[in-house]
Design a protein. Sequence first.
Length: 386
Amino acid sequence: MRPLAQRLLIAALPLSLLGAAVSHASDVDLPNTMAWTAYGTNSSGYAQAVAIGNMLQNKYDSSVRILPGDNDVSRMTPLRQGRVDLCACGIASYYGAEGVMMFADRDWGPQPLRVITTSTASFGLALAVAGDLDVKTPADLAGKRIAYIRGDDALNKGTEAYLAFGGLTWDDVERVDYPGYARSFDGIIAGDVDASFTTTVTPPAQQLASSPRGISWPVLDPDDEAGWERMAAVAPYFRPHEVTAGAGGISADNPVPSASYPYPIVVANQDLEDNVAYGLIKAMQENFDDYKDNAPGAAGYAFEQQDLQWVVPFHDAVVEYYKEVGVWTEEMQAHQDELVERQNVLLSAWDSFMQDAPDDDEAFTFQWMEARASALSDAGFEPIFK
């Protein structure tokens, strides 16, 4: 698939070429103080932000103040308001850029976000399935009891994407609703449900693996083009990923072909100063060895782990950096231009919609999603969310 080929291109570049290109780039110019939002203080995303902040302080005397947020809205609100420079966000940053789910709200709408960098680590994002069932692939989930987490759009979208890979929908399984993510794993252990979406390294997955039911992870064949196309139609942010860390014995010696998407996703508004965006990506790549081992998952910021044709556009200054180090191709530029055009269509559609938006909240969301889909379709884009 295209993203994998792009990663192989980066990995194959001689270090001497990268070094030569970087040496001719302008100096890193960062402000004395920056503010970021991140996940809670007990998260790997927060720990990574701290590790990066320490590197920036030691190397460039640039101090990073990290504001932890309990949920997607609390992490992205300060960014929207201009009170922070960056958000070390989750996949909700994509939903924000698209103006869907919790962002299909009169206080939000599509956000003009730009990616600075992402981390893709050794874990995967997958459906954890009770190990006492004969589930080898997502297609084997037909008729099984699948957890649906009330109020958690991201987790439910992940489940829907895995079902789609196997040619299934929610109509092909028994949906079992839960009030929270952890409760769904209690349900699997108790025998009340069979699968729930998670990361392969999360404590609930470890608990399930240690229970009498055990755990299994459906295999996603990287060569199943039809399966990946179905998954992308539901959640285009997933990518094939060889998972080498996780519950149930997943390791580098016992990997599982599966899927993942970046976490964290370091995003800024499109108007972030060029020197800050450029300085950050350059500093993080040139000083990778100084922070990669200082927080769980920080190794995922490695140069070869960057997906340069993902689903949210890069900041222009980040594109400039990748051009300078010799990895930015015409195909990547065409993809970037397409993402920016899509975002402009969404922003224009939102402005038009808000001129005569209904007062009722339910009607507001419904009509915005209709207007959004119509604008994207008219411009030749797939709405994805309908």
